[in-house]
Design a protein. Sequence first.
Lengths: 78, 434
Amino acid sequence: MTTATTTVDCLGLACPIPVVRLARAVASVELGGVVELLADDPGARVDIPVWCRLKDQELLARHDRPEGGWVFRVRRAR
Amino acid sequence: MRAAAETYLDAASTTPLHPRARAALVEALDGFGDPSRLYGRGRRARMLLDRSREQLAAAVGAAPDEVVLTSGGTEAANLAVTGLARAARRRRHLVVGAVEHTSVLAPARALAGQGFEVTEVGVDGSGRVEEAELAAAVRDDTLLVCLQHANHEVGTVQPVREAAALAHQRGALLLVDACQTLGRLPVDMATLGADLLVASGHKVYGPPGTGFLVASRQARLRPVLVGDERERRRRAGMENLPGVAAMAAAVSARVAEASAEQDRMAALAGRLVAGLAGIPEVVVHGDPAHRLPHLVAFSVLYVEGEALLLLLHAKGIAVHSGSSCTADTQEPSHVLAAMGAITHGSVRVSFLRDATRADVDRLLEVLPDAVADLREMAELDTQAVERATEGSGEPRGGAPVGPEGSGEPRGGAPVGPEGSGEPRGGAPVGRERR
């Protein structure tokens, strides 16, 4: 929770790319590190929380972006 | 040429004509006649129509006059939902399962804008409707509860009898969509507790353009198609007599055959699921116990479903994907989303009645490489993007440093399903299935 946040921009990209990039980014940060994912594919809204659950990673928050899409904040938990 | 060699694993979409259906179709094609006319040709047509209707009724435990012939399952579902609502006097509430086919969901949602209230009941991780939620949803003014017999995308069989009891307690009717189960599992109006039942011809080895609704006497319907008095004023338009005769032959044949082939279907499904366990990061969907015997659905993580279908198509294998994410207007599968399952990379495999182990093996021979190729492409794409954008400065060596089985997408990497593709959200894992 003290490590810097890594941002992954997947705006305009269809699934499964946001999930692929999130998986990669989470794997690359320290345990406890946070990845912030920007995505606007409708599939991502469903699949990102499911992926976090499947992989025991912590979905800290999901915010709507005023410009459309969402910001997902995921902490590497294992 | 390719069509002849194609391994067809999409029986849940549509099926070829049963030989008995084909014979009935060909025979009826030459015997034209309007069943509503009183001369010889009309009477002969009427006799064939009556006989076909009796066969259909007998197959599902209904009375012949409860059978309304339609152009397919979609029309039957539309007629049931819309026709019942139009005839309703006081009851203005409908309950639908969240994973119903869109031919049930769409007319129900349309009614929501016309003075009706619609409650959608959620499902658990296996796609099975939550009984407690269903019980809470049914009210004293509920007109209709809609629950499919089995789900078309993941094969989960629904608690239909329980739904019937809940509906009937409050004086509501139960509509059962049996398009995926007729000719595969026992379908009987009384056993299911159904007041209305929807069936499709082309999904049960009959011709496309045929289907039927069973509407019991309690179910008062206003017709959707109007213009004459056929089908006891419930559906106007000349009957598709050759199609109906063929559908009736198919349904009769399939109802007789189905129970004998269930073990064989289950063995094929088990063989496929066992094979899938050897591919990293595959999640099998659906209920392990309550399910269609001939259908297996799964998601391949980090892979686009349609891309996988195209690769399989190039190898002569036909399967279906529930996820169509290429067009940005398209929503993820409402079924998988309601289950809380991964929606990308979804594949549905469903066996025809004459499927063999060779068909399963053919798929299992091609699938691992196709998956590995697509994952490798995704990996290359990710690396290209990271080189292009300056990146976020996170430490990264040349080798991926992911946590054990974190889902690091690498093509063909020896990450077993052990502790990786394991669904923890209630969805059953493949190798536990049977």
